[in-house]
Design a protein around this ligand. Structure first.
Ligand code: DGL
Length: 263
């Protein structure tokens, strides 16, 4: 596998672009491929079997495009599908993601941590294991956020509807004494500025995009696969409406780009 081959990244939709941005910042020489599975968003309420099947399909498509490594830029896809992908591709550098329970447990002063994530992530055995491992000394309050991903997919990062929905999710967490909130879904970093206006400055907001980018860097270095020289422009596919993604790409990715329909 040539080290200048691209890295394949996917999510249920445009949320994983928050991770892709961190990868671009840390690894500017890497060429990036991104699939938004927006035709099947949200994953949060879907069965693990359905999501596992999507993970297999999307991984195959990215590998067929020559990806040297895969990133599941989606917490919900990771809890459902990363174990199977690791079995299918044991040699492949593969990075999944999970809510940042460990850093949040270390950061909290009040001893109460809130987790905003999808129903699928919060219900999973993998998340329960994460709490057992890292959160035995703190109280963790979980908050599923149905509807929020759809607002972000529509590019509504600070509309009244998004604000009201988010307020409804966050207020009970603040009332119960949370001083640290985990953004456990890759869509949510895009509404961090809005969330900041709804919570006091003393509340820490933690997400894992930058940590995932560092893990990608580590795995590529171990496999001697770090790219050098000029990266190719990022390539985007959507299983939903490519024109809709192309319209909100400048907002979420920071620059325009062509989005193709997923084959
Ligand atoms: N972005 C995804 C995550 O990190 C899932 C959103 C969804 O499709 O429900 O969990």
């Amino acid at each position: 596998m040539p080290s200048n081959a691209p890295i394949g990244v996917f999510d249920s939709g445009v949320g994983g672009l928050s991770v892709l941005r961190e990868m671009r910042a840390l690894l500017p020489n890497e060429s990036l491929l991104y699939i938004a599975d927006s035709g099947h968003v949200p994953y949060g309420e879907k069965s693990p079997e359905f999501i596992r099947e999507r993970c297999r399909v999307l991984a195959e498509l990215l590998l067929a495009q020559g990806a040297k490594a895969l990133v599941l830029a989606c917490n919900t896809a990771t809890v459902a599908g990363v174990a199977e992908l690791r079995e299918l591709y044991p040699q492949l550098p593969l990075v999944g993601m999970e809510p940042a329970v460990k850093p949040a447990a270390a950061a909290t002063q009040s001893g109460v941590v809130g987790v905003l994530a999808t129903t699928g992530t919060l219900k999973s055995a993998k998340f329960a294991a994460l709490l057992d491992r890292f959160a035995s000394d703190v109280r963790v309050i979980t908050q599923p956020c149905p509807g929020l991903v759809e607002c972000i997919e529509a590019g509504e990062l600070d509309s009244l509807a998004t604000r009201q929905l988010l307020q409804g999710f966050v207020t009970p967490l603040l009332d119960q004494g949370c001083d640290t909130l985990i953004l456990g879904c890759t869509h949510y970093p895009f509404i961090k500025p809005l969330l900041r206006t709804l919570v006091p400055d003393s509340i820490s907001l933690i997400d894992t995009g930058a940590a995932v980018a560092r893990q990608v860097q580590r795995l590529l270095a171990q496999a001697d696969l770090l790219a050098s020289g000029q990266a190719q422009p990022a390539q985007f596919w959507s299983s939903g409406d490519p024109a809709a993604m192309q319209r909100i790409l400048p907002l979420l990715w920071g620059e325009p780009g062509a989005v193709r329909a997923l084959p």
